[in-house]
Design a binder for this molecule. Sequence first.
Ligand SMILES: [Zn+2]
Length: 60
Amino acid sequence: MEIDIERAKELIAQREEIDAELAGLFTGEKKKRSPQKCSSCEKEGHTARNCPDKMPVVGI
Ligand SMILES: [Zn+2]
């Protein structure tokens, strides 16, 4: 059985966005979508989890 790691990462990133939005709803805070910022390379638009500059260690 093969796991589609890329798809999984995509879904996780999406889930995190949704979680943040839900948290905002439940706390009644209207949160503007803050741009994702990578803690690895400091660029916006992605997180360290899916940083293109950093090869993930997946052990495959
Ligand atoms: Zn990055």
